[in-house]
Design a protein around this ligand. Sequence first.
Ligand SMILES: Nc1nc2c(ncn2[C@@H]2O[C@H](COP(=O)(O)OP(=O)(O)OP(=O)(O)O)[C@@H](O)[C@H]2O)c(=O)[nH]1
Ligand SMILES: [Zn+2]
Length: 357
Amino acid sequence: MQENNTNGASTLRQLGWIPFFQQQLSLDEWSDCQPVRVMAVHRSQLDVAGEHGEEPVLVSGALFEDALEKPTVGDWLLLDRQSRRPVRRLERSSLFRRMAPGARQAQLIAANIDNVLIVSSCNHDFNLSRIERYLALVREAGCRACLVLTKADLSDDHEQYIQALKKHRDLPLLLVNGLDPATLQPLRDYCRSGETVALLGSSGVGKSTLLNSLAGSELAATSGIREDDSKGRHTTRHRALYPIPDGGLLLDSPGMRELGLADVSEGLAAEFADIGKLAAACRFSDCAHESEPGCAVQAAIESGELDERRLRNWQKLEREVARNSKTLAETRADDRAFSQFVRKVVQEQARSRKGGE
Ligand SMILES: Nc1nc2c(ncn2[C@@H]2O[C@H](COP(=O)(O)OP(=O)(O)OP(=O)(O)O)[C@@H](O)[C@H]2O)c(=O)[nH]1
Ligand SMILES: [Zn+2]
C-alpha cells in the first residue's frame, strides 16, 4: 500500500475492510487495536497492511495453535496499537482450503476472497469438468464466481463454449483476449476498489497474463524473474495479495494452482444440486445410478436433460471428497489420541512429583 495515503479509513476500505469485519470489534478493541490485512505469510512472520502502510508481524505459536486458526493470506487481524503484536484474528467471510497431493491435513490457501475468476481458454484446453470442480470449491468457500474465457482471439466459434456453459447462466461470463488490454475493461469491473479477487484455472489458460495485465508492472516486477541477483541472493519478496492500480486486490498464490478437494461436500452438493434433486426421486435410496430400475438420474440422461459426463464428474468428485474426508478424520483422531497421550504423561509426571515430595 502507498505510505503517503493519509486517509486511514479509505486505505482500509481499499484493503477490503467492510462492515462485516468492523462489526466484530468491541469498543475496547476499537481503542486498543488496529485492524490489518495479511498480505503474505512466511514461516514465522506475516506481512500485514493497515492504515499506516505495511509492517512485518511476528506470530507466536500460542495464539494460533490450531492449524485452522492460523492466519492465512487475506485474513484480518487485530494488532495491539502499542506492542504491534496480534491480539486475534477476525471471523472470515470466505475461506479456501486444499488437500495438497499426499498430504494428511487440509492446508489454508486464502481467506476473505470476494470473487473468483474461473479462467478457461477458447481452445482444446477448455474443460467443463474442471470448471465444475472449481465451482464446487468456490461454493464451499462462500464467495462469488465469474467465468472468464481467454484466448477469444484464437477461436471463430465462441458459441460452442458459451453453449457448454449454459448450465451456469447464473454466473457472469466474459470473453477476453488477455494480450489485448482493451478487451479487459469488463474484467476490471470485477476487480473494483475494496474487492479481493482470485484466479482459478489450469496451467496455460492465461492466468499470469491476466494478472499482469490487471495488476500492471508491480506484479510483473515481483514475479520470479529476479529470484537470484548477481550476488546469488533472493531479491524478490514473496507476497500473495497485490493491489491493482485504481482497483482491488489480486491474489496470486501457488496454492491456488493445484487445488485438491478437501472436505467440500456442501460445495459439491450446491454445484450439483440438479443431480441431487434427481437422485432423491430414484426408487432406491441407495441407488448407484447405474442400471437400477426406477433410476431418475439415468432417465434424465436418456431424455437428454442430464449430460452423462456431468454425472461421471460428480461421482468422481464425490469419491475424491470421501477419500480426503476420511484422511482428514483419521488425522484428527490421531491428533486427539496424541494430545490425550501427552496430557496423561504430564498428569502422571505431576502425580509422581507430588508423591516424591
Ligand atoms: N492468443 C492469446 N494468447 C494468450 C492469451 N492469454 C494468454 N495467452 C498466452 O498463453 C500462454 C500461457 O499464458 P499464461 O498466462 O502463462 O498461463 P497461466 O494460466 O498463467 O499458466 P501457468 O503459469 O502454467 O498456470 C502464454 O504464451 C500467453 O502469452 C489470449 O487471450 N490470447
Ligand atoms: Zn438412481
